[in-house]
Design a protein around this ligand. Structure first.
Ligand SMILES: NC(=O)c1ccc[n+]([C@@H]2O[C@H](COP(=O)([O-])OP(=O)(O)OC[C@H]3O[C@@H](n4cnc5c(N)ncnc54)[C@H](O)[C@@H]3O)[C@@H](O)[C@H]2O)c1
Length: 344
Protein backbone atom coordinates (compact mmCIF):
# COMPACT_ATOMS: atom_id res chain seq x y z
CA UNK A 1 0.00 0.00 0.00
CA UNK A 2 1.35 3.44 -0.92
CA UNK A 3 1.26 6.24 1.61
CA UNK A 4 -1.40 8.69 0.58
CA UNK A 5 0.03 11.33 -1.78
CA UNK A 6 3.38 9.63 -2.24
CA UNK A 7 4.88 7.65 -5.10
CA UNK A 8 6.38 4.18 -4.46
CA UNK A 9 9.91 4.55 -5.79
CA UNK A 10 12.79 2.06 -5.78
CA UNK A 11 16.45 3.00 -5.96
CA UNK A 12 19.20 1.19 -7.89
CA UNK A 13 22.72 2.02 -6.72
CA UNK A 14 23.94 2.80 -3.23
CA UNK A 15 27.44 4.06 -4.01
CA UNK A 16 29.10 7.40 -3.32
CA UNK A 17 26.90 9.88 -5.14
CA UNK A 18 23.64 8.18 -4.21
CA UNK A 19 24.45 7.99 -0.50
CA UNK A 20 26.11 11.42 -0.26
CA UNK A 21 23.85 13.56 -2.44
CA UNK A 22 20.60 11.75 -3.28
CA UNK A 23 19.26 9.50 -0.48
CA UNK A 24 19.71 12.22 2.21
CA UNK A 25 16.99 14.29 0.48
CA UNK A 26 14.32 11.62 0.57
CA UNK A 27 13.15 12.14 4.16
CA UNK A 28 12.36 15.74 3.16
CA UNK A 29 10.25 14.83 0.14
CA UNK A 30 6.73 13.81 1.21
CA UNK A 31 5.87 12.70 -2.35
CA UNK A 32 8.76 10.17 -2.37
CA UNK A 33 8.27 6.83 -0.63
CA UNK A 34 11.46 4.77 -0.82
CA UNK A 35 10.19 1.18 -1.17
CA UNK A 36 13.43 -0.69 -1.92
CA UNK A 37 17.16 -0.33 -2.52
CA UNK A 38 19.18 -2.47 -4.92
CA UNK A 39 22.95 -2.68 -5.21
CA UNK A 40 25.18 -5.47 -6.51
CA UNK A 41 27.07 -5.16 -3.24
CA UNK A 42 24.73 -6.54 -0.60
CA UNK A 43 26.24 -4.59 2.30
CA UNK A 44 25.60 -1.31 0.49
CA UNK A 45 22.00 -2.21 -0.34
CA UNK A 46 21.39 -3.29 3.24
CA UNK A 47 23.04 -0.23 4.77
CA UNK A 48 21.19 2.25 2.53
CA UNK A 49 17.84 0.51 3.06
CA UNK A 50 18.28 0.62 6.86
CA UNK A 51 19.67 4.14 6.98
CA UNK A 52 17.14 5.69 4.64
CA UNK A 53 14.12 3.65 5.71
CA UNK A 54 13.42 1.34 2.76
CA UNK A 55 11.58 -1.80 3.90
CA UNK A 56 13.36 -4.07 1.37
CA UNK A 57 16.81 -4.47 -0.18
CA UNK A 58 18.01 -6.49 -3.18
CA UNK A 59 21.15 -7.31 -5.16
CA UNK A 60 19.38 -8.04 -8.43
CA UNK A 61 17.31 -5.53 -10.40
CA UNK A 62 14.69 -7.90 -11.89
CA UNK A 63 14.10 -9.56 -8.51
CA UNK A 64 13.43 -6.15 -7.00
CA UNK A 65 11.10 -5.07 -9.80
CA UNK A 66 9.17 -8.37 -9.59
CA UNK A 67 8.86 -8.16 -5.84
CA UNK A 68 7.99 -4.52 -5.14
CA UNK A 69 6.41 -3.32 -8.45
CA UNK A 70 7.54 0.28 -7.97
CA UNK A 71 5.80 3.20 -9.69
CA UNK A 72 9.18 4.74 -10.51
CA UNK A 73 12.88 3.82 -10.28
CA UNK A 74 15.98 5.94 -9.64
CA UNK A 75 19.17 4.65 -11.25
CA UNK A 76 22.54 5.85 -9.98
CA UNK A 77 25.26 3.40 -10.94
CA UNK A 78 28.45 3.60 -12.94
CA UNK A 79 27.51 5.36 -16.20
CA UNK A 80 28.35 2.16 -18.08
CA UNK A 81 25.24 0.47 -16.61
CA UNK A 82 22.70 3.30 -17.04
CA UNK A 83 21.76 2.27 -20.57
CA UNK A 84 21.26 -1.46 -19.91
CA UNK A 85 19.52 -1.07 -16.56
CA UNK A 86 17.51 1.88 -17.89
CA UNK A 87 16.18 -0.31 -20.72
CA UNK A 88 15.46 -3.12 -18.25
CA UNK A 89 13.20 -0.84 -16.19
CA UNK A 90 11.61 1.13 -19.05
CA UNK A 91 10.60 -2.07 -20.89
CA UNK A 92 8.31 -2.81 -17.93
CA UNK A 93 6.58 0.54 -18.53
CA UNK A 94 8.10 2.00 -15.36
CA UNK A 95 9.47 5.59 -15.47
CA UNK A 96 13.09 6.21 -14.52
CA UNK A 97 15.23 8.91 -13.02
CA UNK A 98 18.71 8.17 -14.36
CA UNK A 99 21.88 9.92 -13.28
CA UNK A 100 23.97 11.63 -15.90
CA UNK A 101 25.19 10.63 -18.37
CA UNK A 102 22.08 8.62 -19.31
CA UNK A 103 24.23 6.68 -21.78
CA UNK A 104 27.77 6.71 -23.13
CA UNK A 105 26.87 7.40 -26.78
CA UNK A 106 24.29 9.42 -28.69
CA UNK A 107 22.89 6.26 -30.25
CA UNK A 108 22.30 4.66 -26.83
CA UNK A 109 20.69 7.83 -25.48
CA UNK A 110 18.36 7.84 -28.50
CA UNK A 111 17.48 4.20 -27.89
CA UNK A 112 16.62 4.89 -24.25
CA UNK A 113 14.23 7.64 -25.35
CA UNK A 114 12.73 5.44 -28.08
CA UNK A 115 12.19 2.45 -25.78
CA UNK A 116 10.59 4.73 -23.18
CA UNK A 117 8.11 6.00 -25.77
CA UNK A 118 7.42 2.47 -27.11
CA UNK A 119 6.84 1.21 -23.54
CA UNK A 120 4.49 4.04 -22.59
CA UNK A 121 7.03 5.16 -20.02
CA UNK A 122 9.32 8.18 -19.69
CA UNK A 123 12.53 9.19 -18.02
CA UNK A 124 14.24 12.07 -16.26
CA UNK A 125 18.00 12.66 -16.40
CA UNK A 126 19.88 13.88 -13.30
CA UNK A 127 20.65 17.37 -14.63
CA UNK A 128 20.17 18.85 -11.17
CA UNK A 129 21.27 22.36 -12.19
CA UNK A 130 17.76 22.86 -13.61
CA UNK A 131 16.57 22.66 -9.99
CA UNK A 132 19.26 24.79 -8.34
CA UNK A 133 17.18 27.68 -6.95
CA UNK A 134 19.62 30.29 -8.33
CA UNK A 135 19.13 28.91 -11.84
CA UNK A 136 15.35 28.66 -11.40
CA UNK A 137 15.04 32.34 -10.40
CA UNK A 138 17.44 33.36 -13.18
CA UNK A 139 15.20 31.64 -15.70
CA UNK A 140 12.14 33.28 -14.18
CA UNK A 141 13.81 36.71 -14.44
CA UNK A 142 14.70 36.01 -18.07
CA UNK A 143 11.02 35.50 -18.87
CA UNK A 144 10.14 38.98 -17.56
CA UNK A 145 10.10 42.25 -19.50
CA UNK A 146 13.23 43.75 -17.95
CA UNK A 147 15.54 41.09 -19.34
CA UNK A 148 14.26 41.34 -22.90
CA UNK A 149 15.50 38.83 -25.47
CA UNK A 150 18.45 36.58 -24.72
CA UNK A 151 21.39 37.67 -26.86
CA UNK A 152 24.30 35.72 -25.39
CA UNK A 153 25.30 33.20 -22.74
CA UNK A 154 28.74 32.25 -21.39
CA UNK A 155 29.27 29.22 -19.18
CA UNK A 156 32.49 28.32 -17.37
CA UNK A 157 33.20 25.24 -15.33
CA UNK A 158 36.53 24.10 -13.90
CA UNK A 159 36.72 20.67 -12.27
CA UNK A 160 39.33 18.15 -11.14
CA UNK A 161 41.58 15.96 -13.34
CA UNK A 162 40.25 13.59 -16.00
CA UNK A 163 41.92 10.81 -17.95
CA UNK A 164 40.31 11.75 -21.25
CA UNK A 165 38.45 14.63 -22.88
CA UNK A 166 35.36 12.64 -23.79
CA UNK A 167 34.89 11.54 -20.19
CA UNK A 168 35.36 15.11 -18.94
CA UNK A 169 32.57 16.22 -21.28
CA UNK A 170 30.32 13.23 -20.57
CA UNK A 171 30.65 13.35 -16.81
CA UNK A 172 31.03 17.06 -16.04
CA UNK A 173 30.69 19.17 -19.17
CA UNK A 174 27.29 17.59 -19.72
CA UNK A 175 25.90 19.60 -16.77
CA UNK A 176 26.96 22.89 -18.42
CA UNK A 177 25.72 21.70 -21.77
CA UNK A 178 22.29 20.99 -20.34
CA UNK A 179 22.33 24.31 -18.48
CA UNK A 180 23.05 26.11 -21.76
CA UNK A 181 20.00 24.42 -23.29
CA UNK A 182 17.87 25.09 -20.18
CA UNK A 183 18.53 28.83 -20.53
CA UNK A 184 18.94 29.24 -24.27
CA UNK A 185 17.32 26.26 -26.05
CA UNK A 186 18.76 24.04 -28.75
CA UNK A 187 22.14 24.70 -30.32
CA UNK A 188 22.08 24.91 -34.11
CA UNK A 189 25.84 24.86 -34.71
CA UNK A 190 29.13 25.08 -32.82
CA UNK A 191 32.85 25.40 -33.23
CA UNK A 192 35.22 24.02 -30.58
CA UNK A 193 38.92 24.02 -29.75
CA UNK A 194 40.50 21.51 -27.38
CA UNK A 195 43.57 21.55 -25.15
CA UNK A 196 45.48 18.64 -23.58
CA UNK A 197 48.64 18.99 -21.51
CA UNK A 198 49.60 15.34 -22.09
CA UNK A 199 48.47 14.32 -18.61
CA UNK A 200 45.15 15.00 -16.85
CA UNK A 201 44.68 18.61 -17.93
CA UNK A 202 42.00 19.10 -20.57
CA UNK A 203 40.11 22.16 -21.72
CA UNK A 204 37.39 22.74 -24.24
CA UNK A 205 36.33 26.10 -25.59
CA UNK A 206 33.19 26.02 -27.72
CA UNK A 207 31.33 28.81 -29.48
CA UNK A 208 27.64 28.16 -30.00
CA UNK A 209 24.94 29.53 -32.26
CA UNK A 210 21.51 28.77 -30.78
CA UNK A 211 18.43 28.07 -32.87
CA UNK A 212 16.91 31.21 -31.31
CA UNK A 213 19.66 33.33 -32.88
CA UNK A 214 21.44 33.91 -29.54
CA UNK A 215 25.17 33.21 -29.37
CA UNK A 216 27.11 31.51 -26.61
CA UNK A 217 30.40 30.26 -25.30
CA UNK A 218 31.31 27.31 -23.12
CA UNK A 219 34.62 26.79 -21.29
CA UNK A 220 34.98 23.40 -19.64
CA UNK A 221 38.31 22.47 -18.11
CA UNK A 222 39.88 19.98 -15.72
CA UNK A 223 42.51 22.40 -14.46
CA UNK A 224 41.24 22.50 -10.88
CA UNK A 225 41.30 20.06 -8.01
CA UNK A 226 38.18 18.12 -6.97
CA UNK A 227 37.95 20.18 -3.81
CA UNK A 228 38.19 23.50 -5.63
CA UNK A 229 35.75 23.44 -8.55
CA UNK A 230 34.42 26.60 -10.19
CA UNK A 231 31.30 27.57 -12.09
CA UNK A 232 29.80 30.76 -13.48
CA UNK A 233 27.12 31.58 -16.02
CA UNK A 234 26.64 35.02 -17.57
CA UNK A 235 23.58 35.85 -19.64
CA UNK A 236 22.87 39.04 -21.52
CA UNK A 237 19.42 40.09 -22.63
CA UNK A 238 18.46 43.16 -24.60
CA UNK A 239 17.64 44.97 -21.34
CA UNK A 240 19.76 43.43 -18.59
CA UNK A 241 22.64 41.13 -17.76
CA UNK A 242 22.71 38.32 -15.17
CA UNK A 243 25.74 36.72 -13.56
CA UNK A 244 25.02 33.42 -11.84
CA UNK A 245 27.86 32.54 -9.53
CA UNK A 246 28.21 28.89 -8.57
CA UNK A 247 24.46 28.52 -7.90
CA UNK A 248 24.93 30.65 -4.77
CA UNK A 249 24.57 34.22 -5.98
CA UNK A 250 22.69 35.93 -8.78
CA UNK A 251 23.76 39.41 -9.86
CA UNK A 252 21.34 41.42 -11.97
CA UNK A 253 22.75 44.31 -13.97
CA UNK A 254 19.80 46.50 -14.88
CA UNK A 255 18.71 50.05 -14.20
CA UNK A 256 15.24 48.76 -13.45
CA UNK A 257 16.58 46.65 -10.62
CA UNK A 258 17.96 49.44 -8.40
CA UNK A 259 17.03 49.11 -4.76
CA UNK A 260 16.81 52.90 -4.34
CA UNK A 261 16.42 55.73 -6.81
CA UNK A 262 19.47 57.78 -5.74
CA UNK A 263 17.50 60.99 -6.34
CA UNK A 264 20.22 63.60 -5.94
CA UNK A 265 22.99 61.91 -7.85
CA UNK A 266 23.65 60.24 -11.12
CA UNK A 267 24.09 56.51 -10.47
CA UNK A 268 26.50 54.54 -12.60
CA UNK A 269 27.46 50.90 -12.49
CA UNK A 270 25.07 49.65 -9.84
CA UNK A 271 23.81 46.10 -9.84
CA UNK A 272 21.73 43.97 -7.51
CA UNK A 273 23.24 40.88 -6.00
CA UNK A 274 20.99 38.19 -4.52
CA UNK A 275 22.35 35.36 -2.42
CA UNK A 276 20.88 31.97 -1.68
CA UNK A 277 21.12 32.47 2.05
CA UNK A 278 23.06 29.93 4.06
CA UNK A 279 21.37 31.25 7.17
CA UNK A 280 18.60 28.65 7.16
CA UNK A 281 17.85 25.74 9.37
CA UNK A 282 18.12 22.13 8.19
CA UNK A 283 18.35 20.87 4.64
CA UNK A 284 17.59 24.26 3.06
CA UNK A 285 20.94 25.63 4.23
CA UNK A 286 23.05 23.07 2.41
CA UNK A 287 24.29 21.89 -0.94
CA UNK A 288 21.52 19.33 -1.39
CA UNK A 289 19.12 22.24 -1.78
CA UNK A 290 21.31 24.85 -3.49
CA UNK A 291 22.75 22.45 -6.06
CA UNK A 292 19.33 21.08 -7.00
CA UNK A 293 19.44 17.47 -5.75
CA UNK A 294 16.41 17.93 -3.52
CA UNK A 295 14.50 19.64 -6.33
CA UNK A 296 15.21 17.02 -9.00
CA UNK A 297 14.12 14.11 -6.80
CA UNK A 298 10.99 15.88 -5.62
CA UNK A 299 10.18 16.71 -9.23
CA UNK A 300 10.61 13.05 -10.22
CA UNK A 301 8.23 11.92 -7.48
CA UNK A 302 5.71 14.58 -8.54
CA UNK A 303 6.03 13.53 -12.18
CA UNK A 304 5.38 9.90 -11.19
CA UNK A 305 2.25 11.13 -9.40
CA UNK A 306 1.37 13.11 -12.58
CA UNK A 307 1.57 16.38 -10.68
CA UNK A 308 4.40 17.69 -12.89
CA UNK A 309 5.83 17.19 -16.38
CA UNK A 310 9.17 15.36 -16.31
CA UNK A 311 12.29 17.48 -16.90
CA UNK A 312 15.11 17.10 -17.84
CA UNK A 313 13.72 14.37 -20.12
CA UNK A 314 15.46 11.51 -21.88
CA UNK A 315 15.16 13.69 -25.01
CA UNK A 316 17.17 16.38 -23.19
CA UNK A 317 19.69 13.62 -22.50
CA UNK A 318 19.81 12.92 -26.26
CA UNK A 319 20.45 16.59 -27.01
CA UNK A 320 23.23 16.73 -24.41
CA UNK A 321 24.92 13.71 -26.01
CA UNK A 322 24.47 15.32 -29.44
CA UNK A 323 26.37 18.35 -28.16
CA UNK A 324 29.16 16.21 -26.69
CA UNK A 325 29.60 14.39 -30.03
CA UNK A 326 29.43 17.72 -31.92
CA UNK A 327 32.09 19.34 -29.75
CA UNK A 328 34.45 16.37 -30.13
CA UNK A 329 33.84 16.26 -33.89
CA UNK A 330 34.59 19.98 -34.23
CA UNK A 331 37.82 19.68 -32.23
CA UNK A 332 38.91 16.76 -34.41
CA UNK A 333 37.96 18.25 -37.77
CA UNK A 334 38.83 21.88 -37.03
CA UNK A 335 35.48 22.82 -38.58
CA UNK A 336 32.15 24.19 -37.42
CA UNK A 337 29.56 21.46 -36.88
CA UNK A 338 25.85 21.86 -37.61
CA UNK A 339 23.84 19.77 -35.13
CA UNK A 340 21.30 18.02 -37.28
CA UNK A 341 18.31 16.32 -35.68
CA UNK A 342 16.22 13.48 -37.14
CA UNK A 343 13.30 15.88 -37.79
CA UNK A 344 15.52 18.41 -39.65
N1 LIG B 1 24.87 14.80 -10.59
C1 LIG B 1 26.01 14.86 -9.92
O1 LIG B 1 26.38 15.89 -9.36
C2 LIG B 1 26.86 13.64 -9.81
C3 LIG B 1 28.01 13.64 -9.01
C4 LIG B 1 28.76 12.48 -8.90
C5 LIG B 1 28.37 11.33 -9.58
N2 LIG B 1 27.26 11.36 -10.38
C6 LIG B 1 26.84 10.15 -11.12
O2 LIG B 1 26.41 9.18 -10.19
C7 LIG B 1 26.68 7.88 -10.69
C8 LIG B 1 27.31 7.05 -9.60
O3 LIG B 1 28.59 7.55 -9.29
P1 LIG B 1 29.33 7.09 -7.95
O4 LIG B 1 30.59 7.85 -7.91
O5 LIG B 1 28.40 7.15 -6.82
O6 LIG B 1 29.66 5.57 -8.31
P2 LIG B 1 29.88 4.38 -7.29
O7 LIG B 1 30.72 3.37 -8.02
O8 LIG B 1 30.32 4.86 -5.96
O9 LIG B 1 28.41 3.75 -7.10
C9 LIG B 1 27.76 2.98 -8.06
C10 LIG B 1 27.02 1.85 -7.35
O10 LIG B 1 26.21 1.16 -8.29
C11 LIG B 1 26.28 -0.23 -7.98
N3 LIG B 1 25.92 -1.01 -9.18
C12 LIG B 1 26.66 -1.14 -10.33
N4 LIG B 1 25.97 -1.88 -11.21
C13 LIG B 1 24.80 -2.23 -10.63
C14 LIG B 1 23.67 -3.01 -11.04
N5 LIG B 1 23.62 -3.57 -12.27
N6 LIG B 1 22.64 -3.17 -10.19
C15 LIG B 1 22.69 -2.60 -8.93
N7 LIG B 1 23.73 -1.85 -8.49
C16 LIG B 1 24.76 -1.68 -9.34
C17 LIG B 1 27.70 -0.45 -7.51
O11 LIG B 1 27.82 -1.64 -6.75
C18 LIG B 1 27.95 0.82 -6.70
O12 LIG B 1 27.60 0.66 -5.34
C19 LIG B 1 27.56 8.06 -11.93
O13 LIG B 1 26.79 7.81 -13.05
C20 LIG B 1 27.98 9.51 -11.90
O14 LIG B 1 28.07 10.07 -13.19
C21 LIG B 1 26.50 12.48 -10.48
Amino acid sequence: MANEGSARIAFIGAGNHATQSLYPNLAHIPEFELVAVCDLVEDRALAASRYYGAPEFFTEVDAMLDCVSPQGVCICGPAEMHFEVGLQVLRRGVPIFVEKPPALTLRQAEELARVAADSNAWGMVGFMKRFAPANVVTKEFMAGETFGTLSSISLIHGCGPYDNMRRMLLFNGIHLIDLARYFAGDVASLFAYGFHDGASGYAVSATMQFASGAVGHLNMNSGHTWTDCFEQTYLSGTGAGILNDGSRAVEVMSNAGRFAEGKDMELFGWSNRYYVSGNMAGWASGGHYTRGYHGELQHFARAVLRQAEPTATLEDGVEALRMVEGILESIKSGKAVALSRPAD
